[in-house]
Design a protein around this ligand. Structure first.
Ligand code: XMP
Length: 521
């Protein structure tokens, strides 16, 4: 595998994904992993990521120089090039001007990682510091107008580095450079393919589970659905999925879960109809956080009741994915064990209840989880489902949740989704990219707790408005409102007022996050 040293702020994640795109398995390791520890992990190659710091800053992330002595090929990007230079006796200085964005690169002499790429090419730069003197044994293999060492290498020691970012799509030959390193320099095989991964995971799950019974909380979301399909492939009916229907799901969702898991996969599925229990519990509740708390706590109570009914269940399968592990600080607290504990703490296990966790997706990125889902036979509409909050429609109904409001929201939301699914599909057909930057990432209807005056036919109406929310985002941390074509907004509006009883007005939310949030509660 390829060990990616992460020098800061998610630079490593993108590199790890690019390596996996080339069908080579990669994992992120803390940048302070010692040469000894690394030797035990036995990676076939090392990549040093970029990072926002200056190598000479007091709190700059550091690494063990002995890593360069292990005989494992190393490729450094940006900060990775600078730290390689400094550790091996070269120098880094401030350039006169920083270099940000596309830059014109000119090759110099032979280079194993630039081999086969044009003499002149566009690369993506983002730096102020740069290597001013290469370490002994290194040669400069490219330059730009402002950067005298745009790349360097010492092929005899298999050490390579670039000041630019080959992992960024704007670097024309980024993929070729990475391929040269992985396949020509390191001699790796592109063997990380979905078929291989499924076989490997199925084996691993069988060994881990043995003859024990496993339970899974199925929500119909991407991660839990893919875990269900994967674990079922491995252990069949030893797995029971519990689907807690709290009534706040979107129109058609419970039916889809039934259809896919019971009818298509023939899985043991417990569909708990908790709609009435939840409706009673939420009556009169208006505070968003209180709604969340009540729904969450009740969810686990219902779930553990069901687990008990099944009897002798020893394991709980969960859809934890790789970014959950990385972002929850596993790197800082010393590895995976610490993270699992923190996940564990999120689930309010009742007194005396214990389950061994099984998290077969904990080394996959979201895109890989989707690919896995398709390979396991899940329908595209489930695998490409937009994010949906656990408390469901309850936090999209401002104020008290009532059956009348829930019915209005479900119907209006179904129209928003139908129209914007179609819009996304058109964009996908035009661009070939499901993550095209103008695709809507999350889109739904919100029902505020007010009424307004309208006129229908000859009559004055006093009914509810519906808010349409549609955002572009990559990770929900920030988001922008989607610049939808007017005709799309217009069609959503006229369909909602025509088809949904009790609605006489539609408004579109044009606020980015920040300052707003994606949800209204
Ligand atoms: P906000 O509204 O904070 O939402 O911008 C960011 C992302 O998180 C989702 N979200 C939730 N997901 N339980 C969840 O599982 C929740 O209580 C919750 N609140 C917000 C939201 O849909 C968006 O994708």
């Amino acid at each position: 595998f390829v060990a990616v040293f992460d020098f800061g702020a998610q630079y490593g994640q993108l590199i790890a994904r690019r390596v996996r795109d080339l069908h080579v398995y990669s994992e992120i390791v803390p940048c302070d992993t010692s040469a000894e520890e690394l030797k035990a992990m036995a990676p076939s190659a090392i990549i040093l990521s970029g990072g926002p710091a200056s190598v000479y800053a007091d709190d700059a992330p550091d690494m063990d120089a002995a890593v360069f002595e292990l005989g494992i090929p190393v490729l450094g990007f940006c900060y990775g090039q600078q730290i390689m230079a400094v550790k091996l006796g070269g120098k880094v200085g401030h350039t006169e001007k920083g270099e940000y964005g596309p830059a014109h690169l000119v090759r110099r002499g032979e280079s194993r990682v630039l081999e086969g790429t044009p003499q002149e090419q566009t690369v993506w730069m983002s730096h102020r510091d740069a290597v001013s003197e290469v370490p002994q044994g290194f040669s400069v293999t490219s330059v730009t107008d402002t950067c005298p060492v745009a790349s360097m290498e010492d092929a005899s020691r298999n050490l390579y580095a670039t000041q630019f970012h080959p992992e960024v799509r704007h670097t024309e030959c980024g993929k070729a450079i990475l391929s040269n390193f992985l396949f020509n320099v390191c001699g790796l095989e592109p063997s990380w393919t979905m078929e291989g991964i499924i076989d490997q995971k199925v084996d691993q799950i069988r060994r881990e589970v043995g003859s024990r019974k496993v339970i899974l909380a199925l929500s119909g979301g991407v991660d839990s659905s893919v875990v269900a399909a994967l674990v079922h492939r491995a252990i069949g009916d030893q797995l029971t999925c519990v689907f807690v229907n709290h009534g706040m799901l979107r129109k058609g969702e419970p039916e889809m879960v039934e259809e896919v898991f019971r009818e298509q996969f023939h899985m043991p599925l417990v569909h708990v109809h908790a709609e009435e229990r939840y409706a009673k519990m939420l009556a009169g509740v208006t505070d968003p956080e209180r709604k969340r708390r009540l729904i969450g706590t009740e969810f686990w109570r219902v779930f553990f009741d069901e687990a008990q009914k099944i009897g002798d269940v020893e394991m709980l399968a969960q859809g934890t994915i790789y970014p959950d592990i990385i972002e929850s600080g596993a790197r800082k607290t010393g590895g995976k064990a610490a993270t699992i504990k923190s996940h564990h703490n999120l689930i309010p296990f009742p007194e005396g209840v214990h389950f061994d966790l099984i998290e077969p997706l904990d080394h996959f990125f979201k895109d890989e989880v989707r690919e896995l889902g398709i390979a396991l036979g899940l329908p595209a509409k489930m695998v490409w489902r937009q994010p949906f909050p656990g408390p469901g429609l309850a936090i999209r109904i401002i104020g008290e949740v009532t059956p009348e409001k829930l019915a209005i929201l479900k119907n209006a939301d179904a129209i928003v989704r139908e129209e914007l699914d179609a819009y996304n599909q058109r964009l996908f057909e035009e661009t070939g990219d499901r993550n095209s930057e103008h695709a809507c990432w999350q889109y739904f209807a919100v029902l505020p707790d007010i009424k307004s005056v309208g006129v229908m036919g000859d009559e004055r109406t006093y009914q509810r408005p519906v808010i349409v929310r549609a955002v572009e985002s990559a990770d929900a941390m920030t988001a922008d409102w989607a610049k939808l074509p007017y005709d799309v907004i217009g069609r959503i509006s006229s369909r909602i007022v025509d088809e949904v009883e009790g609605v006489n007005r539609v408004v579109y939310d044009v606020t980015p996050k920040p300052p707003a949030t994606i949800e209204w509660e």
